[in-house]
Design a protein around this ligand. Structure first.
Ligand code: ADP
Length: 223
């Protein structure tokens, strides 16, 4: 019975995904078609081009995120220093953060700590989480990353003092295409949940509206 349940779960997720993908790609396609039509009748105008380009970009972004999900066999597990990986991500996201007046602070008592992971997937998870933290603070602020280890598990916490998430929305995070952003895909957290689950870990989110959000990532430590 458990197997069966598992199977039907997967099917409904596939169905859910298919419907979401169709919807998410049809919207930009409709816009592209409309503006191509306009160019035909009214001639080319620069802002028409801009819209067509940005709608193309949106489709590319959605496909790029979905492709990572579609290729689990390309997962390459290696022993990696998660402290180093986090420092790298903080630097990577630093400039994007500064554009929104957000400062990312990373404090770690640990010099090194190894986890078994696919480096690219793990980077993607923390890029997603940090990007959400930055997006949650449009007027700037500070995002903090903390890392703590017990004997078997490491806990990485990303704290922001942004807009927060209302309880009914909190439950929907990680569902494909759930987004509150104009330019969002609603795929970032679904991917992050999936990736961390594949690594034997878990993600927990706590949030208070107008106070901020704490995202906790638990991962097994490699021996
Ligand atoms: P996207 O960023 O494209 O919207 P995600 O799956 O990464 O997709 O996030 C889904 C939604 O979860 C966001 O649109 C936002 O509403 C909410 N969310 C996630 N992280 C945070 C956060 N730190 N603060 C506030 N809202 C958040």
């Amino acid at each position: 019975a458990e197997e069966l349940l598992h199977h039907s779960d997967k099917l409904s997720l596939a169905g859910q995904l298919a419907a979401g993908i169709a919807h998410e790609i049809r919207n930009p396609l409709t816009a592209i078609r409309g503006f191509l039509q306009l160019m035909k009748t009214e001639g080319v105008k620069p802002n028409y081009f801009e819209i067509v380009f940005s709608e193309f970009q949106r489709i590319e972004l959605i496909l790029a995120e979905l492709l990572i999900l579609a290729k689990p066999h390309e997962t390459r597990m290696q022993r990696k220093d998660i402290v180093h990986l986090l420092r790298y991500i903080v630097t990577l996201m630093g400039s994007q953060a500064l554009m929104s007046n957000v400062l990312i602070r990373f404090t770690s008592d640990l010099r090194t700590l190894y986890v078994l992971c696919d480096e690219n997937q793990m980077k993607q998870v923390f890029i997603n989480i940090l990007k959400n933290a930055i997006d949650a603070m449009p007027d700037g602020g500070e995002a903090r990353i903390e890392i703590q280890a017990s004997e078997k598990e490491v806990q990485i916490v990303v704290i922001d003092h942004g807009c927060g998430i209302p309880p009914d929305k909190l439950m929907q995070i990680g569902q494909p295409f759930f987004t509150s952003k104009k330019q969002g895909t609603g795929l970032g957290m679904m991917m992050s949940f999936k990736i961390i689950e594949n690594h034997g870990g878990s993600i927990h989110i706590e949030s208070v509206v107008k106070q901020g959000t704490t995202v906790k990532v638990l991962l097994p430590i490699a021996c």
